[in-house]
Design a protein around this ligand. Structure first.
Ligand SMILES: Cc1cc2nc3c(=O)[nH]c(=O)nc-3n(C[C@H](O)[C@H](O)[C@H](O)COP(=O)(O)OP(=O)(O)OC[C@H]3O[C@@H](n4cnc5c(N)ncnc54)[C@H](O)[C@@H]3O)c2cc1C
Length: 490
């Protein structure tokens, strides 16, 4: 995946926003004979809301009936299985349990079960207390019933973004990163997007800009929706708790959130969260002592064996929630301008179905969808060394000694894998971390950060003091002349 493409002067479709939704749309469009560019202001795809979420592919019955969220949740759930196979990304249907503590909550489970039946979500069953405790012995003894849904899955959301974007680029999509769209002018035959390094003219613009979608819409003089920024804090537990629960555990939902969950992630760690708090600052990714206390309290109510000392890492993500509390997807009165906005949860789940819908909307703007005659098959990432048996590891290391040199001991990541991730598009420490897991283990990068920086420097030819954690001014090393260094000389 080329990290920073050359700006094309004219395209058929410009997709603004390289989150999971924009990446899925760009990939879907790349299967047709169209010139497409995917634009993001960040230094990598998936660096917005899409990398900071719970990674759940929801079962299909959680969102309310009669909403676009509800329809696309189930459609997206069904598409992730084949899509993950095609892209070679991790996806496992672990199932989920929504649990009830009293009879009122059992009534909510009944409502969710009816929703599942209406949508034909398969295998949803109501379990009583004894069955629950046989299946999940670490659940609270106060839980009286649970609704089991086997179709729920888990993925690594950033892995999904990288694979979708890589496949799109292999099939001709121009990827423009570090490219904030600052203006959109209506011009004959389309829309002209202003970027720091030039202008792209597109016949159709798909606004998939997440928390920036209202500002992108305002650039064409429209104001058809309002967004609220809703922050969610998540806490990762030590890997030794692997297996504490085998299925995702949900409390009964509230009107604003699905509640705080206990999530066995795809990588085997247990994650607890998220909170749901409306914030004024859309860039507020701080975690707080209140948030931690709230998440721990709620998680311990479900699984009492979790304790504060189990938390090894934490992060926050911000959802872009439309005030209508539904996705905002559709054409607008500006010809060629299509909104795919307000993609709150379950946006990750729904992304492949949203991409299908967006492709139809692009066609309705007058672009012919002729299938690409010679699509390029996806080149899957090699199986991680940590998942290989001893003999295959040794074979790989003797073919290339870089696969025998361990960089991240917690997650068993080799130098060969770090270099491979950089060659596939990672340009920052986080780009390597999210592609390989180097730095995600118990020591949180304490032992591998420097070695990843050495590999980044060697592969990209940039000195270490030009490297960043996640782009912008997130420098990893302060320069001598930096005013933050005491006694700096000029
Ligand atoms: C805590 C939390 C937990 C969640 N858990 C789940 C879950 O388990 N399952 C699920 O289905 N959903 C979940 N969600 C929701 C899910 O993460 C989102 O629905 C999804 O990531 C939205 O994707 P997106 O592509 O619309 O937005 P984003 O990923 O935010 O992408 C939008 C992109 O637009 C770019 N952009 C913005 N403005 C501009 C501009 N002017 N120029 C260029 N680029 C611009 C941004 O840089 C960003 O990369 C969760 C969300 C949160 C916050």
């Amino acid at each position: 995946m080329s990290a920073r493409g050359t700006i094309p002067r004219e395209v058929d479709v410009a997709v603004v926003g390289g989150g999971v939704v924009g990446c899925a749309i760009a990939r879907a469009l790349s299967q047709f004979e169209l010139d497409v560019c995917l634009i993001d202001r960040e230094t990598d795809v998936g660096f917005g809301t899409s990398k900071a979420n719970s990674g759940i592919i929801h079962a299909g019955h959680h969102s309310a009936s009669g909403t676009l969220k509800g329809t696309l949740e189930w459609a997206g759930n069904q598409q992730w299985g084949p899509l993950a196979d095609e892209l070679g990304i991790g996806f496992e249907r672990v199932g989920d349990l929504t649990v009830a503590f009293d009879e009122d909550e059992v009534a909510t489970l009944e409502r969710l079960r009816r929703q599942a039946v209406e949508r034909e979500v398969p295998g949803v069953e109501l379990w009583d207390g004894p069955r629950l405790r046989r299946e999940e012995p670490n659940l609270s003894p106060e839980i009286v019933a649970g609704l089991f849904a086997p179709s729920t899955g888990v993925i690594n959301p950033y892995e999904a973004c990288f694979a979708l974007a890589e496949d799109a680029v292999a099939n001709g999509v121009s990827l423009l990163l570090d490219a904030p769209v600052h203006s959109i002018d209506v011009v004959p035959d389309g829309l002209a997007l202003g970027l720091p390094e030039g202008t792209v003219q597109a016949r159709v613009v798909v606004n998939a800009a997440g928390l920036g979608a209202d500002r992108i819409e305002a650039m064409v003089g429209l104001h058809t929706f309002d967004l609220v920024a809703r922050k969610g804090e998540e806490y990762l537990l030590d890997k030794r708790l692997e297996g504490l629960v085998r299925r995702i555990v949900f409390p009964c939902p509230t009107p604003t959130s699905k509640g705080t969950l206990v999530i066995p992630t795809f990588d085997g760690t247990i994650m607890i969260g998220p909170t749901a708090v409306d914030v004024d600052d859309r860039d507020d990714l701080t975690t707080t002592s209140d948030g931690a206390a709230q998440v721990l309290r709620a998680a311990r109510r479900l699984v009492p064996g979790i304790s504060p000392g189990d938390c090894i890492a934490e992060f926050a993500g911000v959802r872009a929630v439309a005030t209508t509390n539904d996705f905002v997807i559709g054409a607008t009165e500006v010809p060629g301008f299509v909104n795919v906005a307000g993609i709150q949860s379950p946006g990750l789940t729904a992304a492949p179905a949203i991409a299908e819908l967006a492709t139809r909307l692009v066609a309705e703007q007058g672009l012919a969808l002729s299938p690409e005659p010679s699509p390029v098959p996806f080149e899957r990432c090699p199986v991680p060394v940590r998942d290989l048996d001893g003999a295959t590891r040794a074979e790989r290391a003797s073919a290339d000694p870089a696969f025998g040199r361990v960089v991240c001991r917690c997650e068993l990541v080799t130098e060969g894998e770090v270099r491979g991730a950089i060659r596939r598009g990672a340009t920052t420490l986080d780009g390597v971390k999210f592609r390989t897991r180097a730095g995600m283990g118990r020591c949180q990068g304490g032992s591998c950060t420097w070695r990843v920086m050495e590999a980044l420097s060697a592969e990209t030819g940039r000195p270490v003091d030009a490297l960043t954690k996640r782009g912008g001014d997130s420098w990893l090393v302060l320069r001598r002349e930096d005013p933050m260094i005491d006694g700096a000389t000029s």
